[in-house]
Design a protein around this ligand. Structure first.
Ligand code: ZN
Length: 86
């Protein structure tokens, strides 16, 4: 009997095949990217990834600014948002 190294990183289908051996078809929709997987045993599953809206890139600086505002803000976030969009 072969001894197999323990590889927790390796995900397996319920049939025992590694998920990396399954076929994968990628489809793009407007907002999402779907990856359809099909294992040789017939099991199919779908992964959905949200596409990043590249038309409006957010810079790291902007993210930091948001975090700093939230850190210094005492109150309810909905109130903060209302102030921001008032
Ligand atoms: Zn399988």
């Amino acid at each position: 009997m072969q001894k197999r190294k323990l590889e927790p990183e390796t995900l397996r289908c319920r049939c025992g095949r590694e998920l990396t051996t399954a076929t994968a078809n990628v489809y793009h929709s407007h907002l999402n990217r779907y990856v359809f997987h099909r294992c040789e045993c017939g099991l199919e599953w779908t992964e959905r990834f949200e596409e990043v809206d590249r038309s409006e890139p957010i810079s790291g600086d902007e993210l930091l600014a948001v975090h700093q505002v939230l850190l210094g803000y005492e109150g309810r976030v909905p109130d903060l948002l209302q102030e921001a969009f008032a």
